[in-house]
Design a binder for this molecule. Structure first.
Ligand code: GAP
Length: 521
């Protein structure tokens, strides 16, 4: 799986999806640029999310708030006081780690040892192997398991109690070493706030300190009154936003999975207090159904319900995706109670309540949040669709089986050969298609190599202009996945492609899912 992930990263670079940021200056850690093809794919994913929220749901509207916001917002949201991770430095390698992740990695190693013992015993005992009995009776495994459970419990308690000393104790007692220097020469554990700060205006006064937003959600909360009043919104209603967020992650690994500058797509759904449980269930299901519209295998997705809830939440779940490095969070769905609006009311002194015209009641709404990273969605889609396929002639083709409606280049046009008037005809068809689709023209190299290049960036359809085009006004349209070619009249190409590439078919599914679920609420 590590090899597969490396291949995906180099594929993204080679075909213009993603480049390391500032590459000619040796890059900037955990910051990436999207290339000419990646930008198109990212735009399509963003657009699909945006339309699924704001076009399909008549009670969800979108906003675009500023990245710079009043610093009190981050005090009210809890980010100034509580948005931190425990960090530790190795004095020999000078490398910095998250203390909790060092311990988590250590726990995974103990788990691997247990799994190895199980495999060994499975081989030894064959069909008569009883795993439950083995786990209960094998002394070595019992010892590992007890150690695992005790460290896990200590870690949980330490994190809950903000006990940094205890984190260091675990690291020292278990002799957890730095993977680079191999030594256990550690500093104390300190809290590290993940927000980037900067100065607003020309003076560098303490009072001018502001933060780059670590989430887009707060821009929605502080605009709640504006949108509710100017949009004449009635509860339940939602406000969606897409935009950049910034976090000074201590350890940023796994390519665009954890970045320091990334894009979030968040929607806050405001509901009547007491109704939050049913709306949480609704959004939990709808968001999973949305992910399934990309057509990837069900095995890629699973829920992870949170047992330990943030103090302001009364339910939370993650939709996890099976990345090459395991199941990891792709999207979070949280029932955030009235924490944010109440807190902004306290800090700003502005009443954040909603007046219900039907019941004549006034209340601070409860909130269900859906929050997904656009870059993480991008990575999930690339990982879920990248394949190497062995062809009949023994050669290998790299292919991205992207769903048609999000493909960066939707159709390519090729003259079969560079003579006999074929390039001229191909260019004519290319220009005919340009206003309708992202179209690419290519006449270099053999037709086989041109198909391969398009397979690698996920172009679902390739049109070839051949001798028959010149005599019968027809072209072949090759399907990327099946490699089957249809012969289509030039006059019918636009219709043929529009039916297949149209995003509306997917939006119809989103709409039907929502209608059905709303009926049974
Ligand atoms: N407003 C809630 C919130 O921000 P979160 O779980 O911290 O919740 C939501 O982030 C989503 O944002 C995650 O599920 C993930 O997709 C994305 N995300 C968070 N941190 C990220 C990072 N450093 N790099 C890329 N995506 C990130």
């Amino acid at each position: 799986m590590e090899d597969l992930f490396k291949k995906i990263i180099s594929h993204c670079k080679e075909y213009g999806f993603i480049f390391p940021s500032s590459e000619i200056y040796d890059g900037l850690s955990a910051v990436y640029d999207y290339g000419q093809i990646g930008t198109l794919l990212k735009n399509n994913l963003r657009d699909y999310w945006w339309r699924s929220m704001t076009q399909i749901n008549e009670n969800i509207v979108g906003i675009d708030s500023a990245i710079f916001m009043h610093p009190k917002i981050w005090k009210a949201s809890g980010h100034v006081d509580a948005f931190h991770d425990p960090m530790i430095d190795n004095k020999d390698s000078k490398k910095r780690y998250r203390a909790d992740e060092l311990i988590e990695d250590y726990l995974s190693k103990i788990n691997e040892k247990i799994e190895k013992e199980i495999l060994k015993a499975q081989k030894k005992f064959g069909n008569s192997f009883n795993i439950d009995l083995f786990l209960q009776t094998n002394l070595k495994v019992k010892e590992y398991k007890e150690k695992y459970d005790s460290i896990k419990e200590r870690l949980k308690q330490a994190l809950n109690n903000n006990d940094l000393k205890e984190l260091k104790n675990i690291i020292e007692e278990e002799k957890i070493c730095c993977p680079v220097s191999g030594t256990c020469n550690w500093t104390d554990v300190r809290q590290f706030n993940l927000m980037f700060s900067t100065q607003l205006g020309p003076t560098s006064d303490e009072a001018d300190l502001i933060y780059l937003r670590p989430e887009t959600a707060q821009g929605i909360f502080v605009n709640f009154l504006n949108v509710y009043k100017t949009g004449r919104m009635k509860i339940p209603f939602g406000i969606a936003q897409v935009g950049k967020a910034f976090r000074n992650e201590i350890v940023a690994r796994q390519f665009i999975f954890r970045m320091r500058e990334f894009e979030q797509m968040e929607m806050q759904f405001f509901v009547k207090p007491g109704e939050e449980k049913k709306w949480f269930k609704y959004w939990k299901e709808q968001r999973m159904l949305w992910h399934k519209t990309f057509g990837l295998d069900d095995k890629f997705y699973r829920y992870h319900d949170h047992e330990k809830l943030a103090h302001y939440a009364n339910a939370a779940t993650d939709i996890e995706f099976l990345f090459p490095f395991g199941y990891k969070e792709l999207e979070g769905i949280h029932s955030r109670t009235d924490f944010d609006l109440s807190s902004h009311q306290n800090y700003s002194g502005k009443k954040m309540s909603y007046f219900d015209p039907d019941t004549q009641e006034s209340y601070i709404p409860y909130v269900i949040e859906t929050s997904i990273g656009l870059d993480r969605l991008f990575l999930a889609i690339i990982c879920g669709t990248y394949k190497e396929e062995k062809l009949e002639d023994g050669s290998i083709r790299e292919i991205l089986s992207l769903p048609d409606f999000i493909a960066p280049i939707q159709v390519a046009v090729f003259p079969l050969v560079k003579r006999d008037g074929m390039p001229e005809k191909a260019l004519e068809i290319f220009e005919m298609l340009q206003p309708y689709f992202y179209t690419f023209y290519d006449e270099k190299d053999s037709i086989g190599r041109r198909y391969r290049r398009m397979d690698a960036i996920g172009t679902p359809y390739c049109i070839t202009i051949d001798q028959e085009t010149l005599t019968h006004n027809t072209v072949t349209i090759r399907n990327r996945d099946t490699m089957i070619q249809d012969r289509v009249a030039i006059d019918n190409i636009i219709n043929y492609l529009q039916n297949k590439l149209c995003i509306s078919n997917k939006l119809k599914i989103i709409q039907q899912n929502a209608r059905m679920a709303l009926q049974s609420l």
